[in-house]
Design a protein around this ligand. Sequence first.
Ligand code: UD1
Ligand code: CA
Length: 446
Amino acid sequence: MRQLAVVILAAGESTRMKSSVPKVLHPLAGRPMVWYSVEMATRLSVDRPLLVVGREADAVRRTLGEAVVYVEQTERLGTGHAVLQARPLLAGRSRAVLVCYADMPLLTSDTLARLVDLQQRSGAAIAMLTLLADDPMGFGRVVRETDGRVQAIVEEAVATPEQLAIRELNAGVYCFAADWLWSRLPDLSVSPKGEYYLTDLVAMAVAEGHRVEALVSEDAEELLGINNRVHLARAEAIMRRRINEQWMLAGVTLVDPAATYIEATVELGADTVIYPNTYLQGMTTVGAECEIGPNTLVRDSQIGERCVIRASVVEEARVEDGVDIGPFSHLRKGAHLGPGVHMGNFGEVKNSYLGPGTKMGHFSYVGDATIGAEVNIGAGTITCNFDGQHKHRTVIEDGAFIGSDAMLVAPVRVGAGARIGAGAVVTRDVPPGSLAYGVPARVKSQ
Ligand code: UD1
Ligand code: CA
C-alpha cells in the first residue's frame, strides 16, 4: 500500500473570477495556476495526483495532459462531494490522503511535507493547515475548545458573529488518515447552502473521539487562495518577487526588481543585468553577461552570452553570442541572428538567418531571407518577400554590401561580395563580386 495519495480540487465554478476561462487555468507568472499544485503533488508522492475537474474538464485536460489522473465531478455539490468522486479510485490504496485546492498556487512543498509528517507522527484522523491572520479573506474559521483542541471549521457563510471574530482560519489543506476518510466521507450532511463541505469532517472526527491536529502558520502570502482577480494580482506580485529573488541570489542583477517581470519558465545566466520594465516570458533563456532592457519584451527565445537588447521586442527567435539589438527593433518568429550581429534601431527580422558579424543598423525589414557573414545592410533596405499571394526567399551571400534604401524583390540572390547601389530595386540575381544599381537594377559591366 502507498504511503500517500494526493487529491487536488479544481471543479469549482470560478464565478468570482467573472471569466470565460476556468479559474485554475488563469496564468500566474506564465504558468496556469493549477500547474503549481500539480508540481507540488508530484514532489510529495510517486503516484500521479488525482485532479477533480468539473465543467471545464476538456480545457484542463488540454493544458495538463497526462500529468494527472482526472476525475469528473459532474454536479458542483461542494468540496466534500468533490473529494468523494476520488473514492472509487483511491479507497484502500494509500495510508494517507492529502487534499488541497487548485486555487492555492503559492503553497510550498516544504509546508505540505510538514503537514503530512504531522498526520503520520500523530496518527490523527485529520491534520490540517491553519493560518493566523487579521484579514479573514472569506476563509472558514477554526473553532477550538477552551483547552485548545480543534473542535470544528465553520464556513463564513454560516458563522455566528463570535465565530466571525476568530483569527485562526482554515487554509484549505488537509492530510487525512485514508481509511477514516473513505469510510466517513459519504456520511457528510448537506449544508444550509446545499453543499457538502469537506470542512465538516473536522467536527465529525471530533465527535467520534478522533484526534484532529493543526499546523499553524502565520504566512498569509503562502496560503493565499485565489477567488477573484484582486487575489490573482496579489499572487502574481508574490510569485514575481520569489522568482526575482531567486535570480538575484543566483547572480543576476535586477536594477529594479519591482519593475522586472520574469516568468517561472525562464532561465538566466550569471552577471546578466536586467533593466526596468523588462518582460521575460515563456521558454526563454538568456546567457551570461547580457544587458536586457530597459523596456524590452523577450518571449520564447534563446539569447546567447554577452548580448545587449535595448527597448525591443524579441519573439520566438534565436540570438547567438555577442549580438546587440535596438533600440526599437523587432525580432519575430524564426529570426536567427548569428554571433556578433549588430541590429540597430527600427529593424524587423522574421524567419531569417543573419550570419556572423552582419550589420543592419537602421530602418530595415528582413523577412524570409538567408544572409551570410559580414554583410552590410544599408539604412532602409527591404526584402520584398510577398507578391500578394506567396512568400519568396532572399539570399545574400557573404561580404555583400547593400546600399541604403535598396528593395530586394524576392525570389532573388545577391552573390558574395556583390554591391548594390543606393535606391536600387533588385529584381534579378546579382552575380558575386559585381555592382548592381538603378531601377530596375542593372549589373554594371566590368
Ligand atoms: C474553502 C474552504 C474554506 C477555506 C478556503 C481556503 C470549504 C467548504 N471551504 O472555501 O474553509 O478557508 O477554501 O481557501 O472547503 N471545488 C470543487 N468542487 C466543488 C466546490 C469546490 O472541486 O463542488 C474546488 C474549487 O475548484 C477550488 C476548491 O475546491 O479549487 C475550493 O473551493 P472554493 O469555492 O474556492 O472554496 P472557498 O470558498 O475558497
Ligand atoms: Ca478558494
